[in-house]
Design a protein around this ligand. Structure first.
Ligand SMILES: [Zn+2]
Length: 266
C-alpha cells in the first residue's frame, strides 16, 4: 500500500468524507474493470461497483492493513460480482459489451485498427475462459497485482495462483491461436512447452539455465517463436486495457457511494 493510500485510509476511518471519496476514486476504475470482466455485462458491473464501493466505505474499520489495500478491495469485488452473477449464469452476453477500450498515445490509424482488433479478440477470449482462469488473469495480467497480492485477493496460496495462472495463460493463447498464429506450422515433437516456460519466466520461477535453453530454442524454432510472441501480444493487450480512461458512470458511482455512506451515519 502506498503512503498516499495509507493516509487516505486513516483519514477516511476518522470520518473524512473527502478522503473517502479520494480513496474510492483511486480504486473504482480497477473495481469496474474487474466487474465488467467477471459479470460480462455493463449494468451488473455497475451494480457490483456500487456494492463494492459501499462495502469499502462501511468496512474500512475492519481493514487491518496486513494485506494490500487492492487485495482486500478485490476480495470485496469478487463477492459483489458473485452475488450479481448468481442466477445469470446461462444468459448470453455480447462479449465485449461495455469493456473499456485501450487508450493509445498517438498510434497510426492502421496501428489503432489492429490494436482494437487484438483488444477485441483478447476480450472475447477472456470471456470464453473458465471463471477461475479469467479472474487470475484479470488480477495479475490486467490489474498488475503481484502473485502474493492476487493470492490474498483470491484466498488461495501463492503456488495455487501461479499454477492457475500458467494454465490460464496457456488456455488464453490456445483460444487466440486462430487470430495470432493463423499460418504457423505445428510445433515439432521435440519442442518444449514454451508457453508454460514463458509464463514461469514472467513469475520469476524459471532458472537461468532453463531460460537460456528456452531462448536458444526460440531463435531456431519459428513455431515456438510465434507461440511466445502471441502470448506476449495477448498479455500486452491485457495490460493496455487497464489504462482506459475513467468513465463518467464510475465517477458517479463514487459520489453515490460516499453519499450512501454519509447517510448510514458512518
Ligand atoms: Zn519449437
Amino acid at each position: 500500500m502506498t503512503v498516499d493510500s495509507q493516509l487516505l485510509v486513516e483519514r477516511a476511518r476518522k470520518g473524512d468524507a473527502a478522503a473517502l471519496e479520494a480513496l474510492l476514486a483511486s480504486v473504482a476504475p480497477a473495481v469496474h474493470r474487474f466487474g465488467l470482466r467477471m459479470c460480462k455485462n455493463a449494468p451488473d458491473a455497475e451494480d457490483a461497483l456500487q456494492d463494492t464501493l459501499l462495502a469499502i466505505a462501511t468496512h474500512l474499520g475492519e481493514f487491518e492493513g496486513r494485506s494490500s489495500l487492492l487485495s482486500w478491495v478485490f476480495a470485496l469485488t469478487r463477492s459483489a460480482c458473485a452475488r450479481r452473477r448468481r442466477g445469470l449464469k446461462n444468459q448470453a452476453m455480447a462479449s465485449d459489451d461495455g469493456v473499456p477500450e485501450p487508450q493509445d498515445d498517438a498510434p497510426s490509424p492502421e496501428q489503432r485498427a489492429s490494436d482494437h482488433e487484438l483488444a477485441g479478440a483478447v476480450g472475447r477470449a477472456l470471456d470464453a475462459l473458465p471463471e477461475d482462469y479469467r479472474e487470475v488473469i484479470v488480477l495479475r495480467d490486467i490489474e498488475g497485482l503481484s502473485a502474493p497480492h492476487a493470492a490474498a485477493a483470491l484466498g488461495v496460496s501463492v503456488d495455487a495462483v501461479k499454477s492457475r495462472l500458467h494454465r490460464a495463460r496457456e488456455a488464453l493463447r490456445d483460444l487466440l491461436r486462430p487470430v495470432l498464429e493463423p499460418q504457423v506450422p505445428k510445433t515439432a515433437a521435440g519442442c518444449p512447452d514454451v508457453v508454460a516456460l514463458w509464463s514461469k519466466k514472467l513469475e520469476g520461477d524459471l532458472s537461468q539455465g532453463d531460460c537460456a535453453a528456452m531462448e536458444a530454442h526460440l531463435e531456431t524454432c519459428p513455431s515456438c517463436g510465434a507461440a511466445c510472441s502471441a502470448l506476449k501480444d495477448a498479455l500486452l493487450a491485457c495490460q493496455r486495457s487497464a489504462s482506459a480512461a475513467v468513465r463518467p458512470e464510475v465517477q458517479a458511482r463514487v459520489k453515490a457511494a460516499v453519499r450512501a455512506w454519509a447517510a448510514l451515519g458512518k
